[in-house]
Design a protein around this ligand. Structure first.
Ligand code: NAD
Length: 357
């Protein structure tokens, strides 16, 4: 933690965010849900997708870039395929609606492919993966981002043509192992991580950002305060780029919500489209045999002697689990600049309380 950071208890942060969202027009249940989703992202260590987004969410609510009274609905339901329209509703609400509908169908059929179009920002996709895994389902998620300018350069490109298009793979816990949760942006660093680093005056790994001329840099200052000068690089060179492209096509095209190509609207909001496959593991093999093989593979992978004894081998999802435990007791570490942005945005919608004072 940065020595200048201020610790805010999660409950205080929830109340502040929910209060501000209500002032911006959200219903009280939606405000609670969205605030919970943001705070949970911070608790799991994903500050990029946490409460630092409150200023953007309030702005979107005031400007109509999220429809605070919209409800997602099912527009297509045939066989194992479901399509959900988000109607610009809050992302957490639309994402949870889509996932619950898909889990119900996967429970009946063994599997369901679901798409979600035009939802406001879905935030941390791992939250939906955790929800599926907790209910005993496995799930794959591909997400694209529209309604604003692109942020990620294609491999060998020099300007932005993609969103940070996250991919998430979740598998349920066994009797002895926790859920497997791989949840990642396809950019080398998430956009919000560049923003948080810029707000704190920190550097980012060299080459994770391209400057305005397309040259690799470690300077995130072009991403301060929701600005964007330059582009993020895809992770893993052509491989991350390929996954980002696949997410654009699966989520953007299959949902009907559209890709980030410039023929589609860029109003300055954040819209997500999602393509997910939700599976009932029991439909594939004997549950006891699957658990035995899963446990054996976990044990084999994690038994690798660490190259650096200060960084043991862990499984995808482990870092989030351990941070959640720690931050739930210690509170959320907040940098001064992010708090300033949050307080200013909340004041603009009529909130009188101040965080961190
Ligand atoms: P990250 O790089 O912090 O983590 C990626 C994955 O790697 C996680 O599953 C994590 O558990 C795993 N991991 C991390 N360290 C590990 C280690 N030492 N050993 C094994 N596994 C390890 O995540 P990110 O790419 O910065 O993404 C941040 C968040 O941003 C994600 O929750 C993602 O869903 C979200 N996101 C959302 C959008 C959107 O439009 N809604 C866009 C981009 C990203």
């Amino acid at each position: 933690m940065d020595p200048n950071d201020i610790r805010i208890p999660a409950s205080e942060m929830m109340a502040f965010c929910a209060g501000a969202l209500v002032k911006a027009g959200a219903t009280s249940p939606d405000a609670q849900l969205v605030a919970y989703h943001l705070v949970m992202a911070n608790l799991t260590g994903h500050d990029s997708h946490g409460v630092g987004l409150l200023p953007a969410y309030l702005k979107h609510a005031v400007e109509g870039l999220v429809d605070v009274s919209a409800e997602p609905d099912i527009t297509h339901d045939k066989g194992a395929v479901l399509k959900i329209a988000g109607h610009d509703a809050w992302g957490r609400k639309a994402g949870e609606f889509a996932l619950r509908a898909a889990m119900k169908k996967a429970g009946d059929l063994g599997l369901c492919a679901v798409t979600l179009s035009d939802a406001h920002h879905l935030g941390r996709i791992g939250a939906y993966g955790e929800m599926a895994a907790q209910d005993g389902f496995s799930a794959l998620f591909f997400v694209n981002v529209t309604d604003h300018d692109p942020m990620v350069a294609p491999y060998n490109g020099s300007d932005s043509r993609f969103g940070t298009n996250p991919v998430c793979i979740a598998l349920p816990p066994t009797g002895t192992k926790p859920a497997f949760l791989l949840d990642m942006a396809t950019s080398r660093i998430a956009m919000g991580k560049a923003r948080v680093a810029a707000n704190k005056g920190l550097r980012v790994p060299f080459g994770s950002i391209l400057d305005e001329n397309g040259a690799p840099t470690d300077d995130p200052s072009g991403f301060k305060s929701f600005e964007q000068k330059g582009a993020l690089a895809p992770f893993g060179d052509h491989k991350g780029y390929g996954l980002a492209f696949a997410a654009e096509l699966l989520a953007g095209v299959y949902s009907g919500g559209g890709t980030i190509q410039p023929g589609n609207k860029r109003r300055g909001g954040i819209r997500n489209q999602m393509f997910a496959v939700v599976m009932q593991p029991n439909a594939f093999d004997d549950p006891a045999a699957m658990e035995r093989e899963t446990d054996a593979m976990w044990e084999y992978a994690l038994a690798s002697p660490p190259a650096d004894w200060d960084s043991p081998v862990v499984a995808p999802g482990d870092p989030e689990r351990s941070l959640r435990k720690r931050r739930s007791t210690e509170g959320l570490p907040m940098d001064v600049e992010t708090l300033k942005q949050m307080n200013a945005a909340a004041e603009a919608v009529g909130v009188t309380e101040r965080l961190g004072s």
